[in-house]
Design a binder for this molecule. Structure first.
Ligand SMILES: Cc1ncc(COP(=O)(O)O)c(C=O)c1O
Length: 357
């Protein structure tokens, strides 16, 4: 099976920290399927909070700043259940085992889906995943297999393992020949943006003008682009990645999907060397900007968010670090004025306790 990592790692890339596409906001695409009614029927469903942070509005020069706080989503400390639940719901036939690779959050969501459906789960993790994340996946009843190497290596192992009879691969990234379930997973993520629009309207706020999205393989950002480039409002969409794993930034800059050499970051869920093949054309056409941030910047952002009552983990706090870099660095081309800035805080500090106080 050919997976994302069949691209040769790129080692000669000059370090780039910023990318902008001025024509992205006029691009449009068809409306993706809406999974929000399905999610609303799941036990324990409630929209995640949208928290207004006036202190950040003052700092960032925006009229209003909100954080969409995914620290508790369907009983888990990250947004990932939105995709895993809809993907499994749409794809499961008579399989008895769910298989996935993960940096932590997606695998835990797949393990929960297996438990809820009375199935087995086998989850492959790269060896740098936090022990607490591994323990949390095991606590859901899944078998965890540690893979020496990167997230992409774990995806390869999971894909090979899922060739066994009775196994269903539930992966949140696509490659040629493996697209149906990742497409469903992206549709599932769309519920986050449907909730967000309704919450802003209910608060009497302007529609989102700038949305910052943490990027690993790009599926969540794909959901953001497909949601906002098929609807009535056209916010700027900013991708935020770790400096050591900025595969969207590298691909957008190179004009083709590239694979990076493995890097290390505390933003485990974003530590991906290659974009999903489904995400790539969508991000290239519809993403306004991409920026990379350091671990130090995300740690600072997480501490600032914690002081404001938002328990963001390293991936979740990356959104704030990225907006800070995009809006306050004079060397970068200006984004359009943004009365309403929305930061996606995609995980709680409990999901990835790499940030020490
Ligand atoms: C907490 C968190 N935020 C963001 C992402 C990035 O999502 P994607 O890989 O779809 O770009 C992930 C992916 O695992 C994640 O776990």
């Amino acid at each position: 099976m050919r997976t994302c990592s069949s691209l040769k790692p790129m080692t000669t890339l000059t370090t780039v920290t910023w990318y902008a596409n001025p024509s992205a906001r006029t691009w449009s695409c068809p409306r993706p399927a809406d999974a929000s009614a399905f999610h609303a029927g799941l036990p324990g469903y409630a929209p995640t909070p949208l928290t207004e942070l006036p202190a950040l509005a003052a700092e960032l020069g925006a009229a209003r700043v909100f954080v969409k706080d995914e620290s508790t989503r369907l009983g888990l400390p990250a947004f990932k259940m939105l995709g895993a639940s809809w993907g499994v719901h749409r794809a499961l036939r008579d399989e008895t085992t769910l298989v996935a690779a993960t940096d932590g959050n997606h695998g835990r969501a797949v393990a929960v889906m297996a438990r809820l459906r009375g199935l087995h789960a086998r989850i492959f993790v790269p060896d740098d995943v936090h022990p607490a994340s591994i323990a949390a996946i095991r606590a859901e009843g899944a078998d965890v297999v540690t893979v020496t190497g990167t997230y992409d290596a774990a995806v390869e192992r999971a894909a090979a393992d899922a060739a066994a009879p009775g196994a269903l691969l539930v992966q949140d990234t696509a490659w040629p020949g493996y697209e149906d379930i990742p497409r469903r997973i992206v549709e599932g993520y769309g519920t986050l943006f449907t909730e967000l629009d309704a919450q802003l309207a209910a608060l009497g706020a302007e529609p989102a003008g700038l949305v910052a999205v943490p990027v690993g393989v790009g599926s969540l950002a794909q959901a953001a682009v497909e949601h906002y480039r098929s609807g009535p409002t056209a916010p700027s969409l900013l991708a935020v990645e770790p400096e050591s794993a900025a595969c969207a930034l590298a691909s957008l800059t190179a004009g083709r999907r590239v694979a990076l050499a493995p890097g290390r970051t505390i933003m485990h869920g974003l530590n991906c060397a290659t974009l999903s093949t489904l995400a790539w054309p969508v991000l290239r056409a519809g993403l306004d900007a991409a920026v990379s941030v350091t671990d130090d910047a995300t740690v600072r952002a997480a501490r600032d968010l914690a002081a404001l009552g938002v328990p963001a983990g390293p991936c979740g706090a990356a959104s704030l670090a990225g907006v800070r870099a995009a809006l306050t660095d004079e060397r970068r081309p200006a984004l359009a004025p943004h009365p309403t800035v929305v930061l996606l805080s995609t995980e709680s500090v409990e999901a990835n306790p790499s940030i020490t106080a």
